[in-house]
Design a protein around this ligand. Sequence first.
Ligand code: NAP
Length: 278
Amino acid sequence: MRMTELWKGKELAGSIKAEAKKLLSTSNEPPKTLAIILPRGDASAADYASFIAKSGEKIGLPTQSIVVDDAKELFSALTQASADPQVGGIIVQRPYPQDVAEEDLQAKVPEEKDVDGISFTNLGRLFAYHPRYVPATASAMLRLMKHHRLPLKGSRVVIVGRSLAVGRPLWALLLREHATITVCHTRTKDLRAEVSRAEVLCVAAGKAGLITPDMVSSEMVVVDAGYNYLDDGSGPLGDCHPEVGEVAGAYTPVPGGVGPVTTAVLLLHAARAAVGVG
Ligand code: NAP
């Protein structure tokens, strides 16, 4: 008998997208465009850009994709989009061309158009507890926890992963909720021991199956941001072994958990930027 509560993201994603659509339809001004800058030749980046474009169309958000080959083209596109008054938001999709220094990008994306929250300014605002645009996956993970009314104040939370895209912003968001947080990474001495102490386990490591069923308990809530494809093309797979979804008290399935909420959050941010209320 299945005991795990599956936290699917569809319903929450739907309500976030409805909020974005309402924002766009009730604005007096025509919405500004979301510029999506993406690398040439990366099939998953192209798929994701077209998915965002189609999802944007459904809610009344105009989008424009700009394909770039290298750092020169990327920064030229970024400069143009930053200066263009018809562009409301900008996403620069990974993987970045090899010659792009990430810190240059973080310094140059303007705060008010940075709907993915990658800029130094928006990250600084988040860590100072005055968030504007927060990285979408971290925001989606917190939204899922709140949607399911998970008490966070004082809770023992373990985050596996400390990237600037997910782990670290999630740490800042959860600290603001008064959780007591341990952040694990590749130098953590005993991942199993750290994980087993969690009441809430958040995983964003990019390693399929890293968290095994014996590391979790039926009292644990497990939020899995992992979205991994294996070399043989199989996937997407979470950072948790699929059987974690049968052992934990609650689990966000992959696919269908954090992913749809992340896309919806990104669209909401883009909608805010499009009507100038971000
Ligand atoms: P990333 O930049 O590669 O960072 C991975 C983090 O995990 C690093 O901090 C790394 O530690 C840590 N880590 C890796 N292997 C580990 C291990 N064996 N033990 C402990 N820690 C380990 O990845 P990311 O961009 O944060 O993405 C993480 C996952 O989330 C990926 O599967 C990605 O596809 C997924 N993702 C999903 C969404 C979504 O919408 N669902 C959006 C974005 C990302 P070090 O810092 O020590 O290297």
